[in-house]
Write a protein that binds this ligand. Sequence first.
Ligand code: ASP
Length: 320
Amino acid sequence: MLSRKNFLRALGLVGVAGMVKDLDASPRRKPLVVSTWDFGLAANAAAWKVLQSGGYALDAVEAGVAIPEADPKITSVGYGGYPDRDGRVTLDSCIMDEAWNCGSVACLEHIMHPSAVARRVMDKTPHVMLVGDGALKFALEQGFSKTDLLTPEAEQAWKQWLEKSEYKPEPNWELNHDTIGMLAIDQQQRLCGICTTSGQAWKMHGRVGDSPVIGAGLYVDGEVGAATCSGLGEEMIRSAASHSIVEAMRSGMKPQKACEDVMKRILKKRGNKVSKTQVCFLAVDIHGNVGAYSLLKGFEYAITHDGRNEVLQAPYMLNE
Ligand code: ASP
């Protein structure tokens, strides 16, 4: 791994990828589900039930992320998520299937399961993305009920933040950020993905991160592979990170190499502007090979296959 100090000079060196554990070595048997961070474990377990019974990967990912979305203790996704600087909990989510069908909602308030609404956008509208009031109107028309998403704990944290009102996204501070992105392959080898978050805590009202942006926080090509991201969303939007990773796989790279390649590109373009923020990638190819990589130490992901359900540390590029 590189020290941050020397990373620009070191970008020319070969062998960074070779220094990390090669996750590509053993293709895994289908079905498979992976998701970001340790809260992915419980989410994967719910998705696994669908996959194990022969269900559709799209239903599996939707069922999976519904777990952290409803958990008030997880302060970066759904109910209990930390609000923006105006005290409003605004949620971002998207979903994509193996055949490029996709749906997305951004800056959605008062609905506990934005991913389920994103699925309805995909299934029931001629559009891909609905935002703000329009997304809420659609959700209510579809029968979703209104919930106050701001828990007393989140409100207290917000009031504490207001005392200084400094917006400083911190790497791996799980109270401040951490999206769940989930990718699954079902028994028929259909590959689908989903991504859901309350976004960066204390963001400006109306800020939309990478998580609902197809190609940034999530991208799926059912013939190639899929990728999802967590970390500072602005960096994923700039780099079209998930799409870039999938395209790298299309060109023949295994998921691990594809993640490392795109990270290297981000670092080259962004240099010191990105070197203190967290950027996390998780990818699978259609054969079930998995790749995970982050800019800084601390990214974890949950993997479930063949009845195993475990959290692994991702390799990373820079020492802090
Ligand atoms: N990517 C999310 C966002 O920027 C937050 C995160 O995953 O940490 O909204």
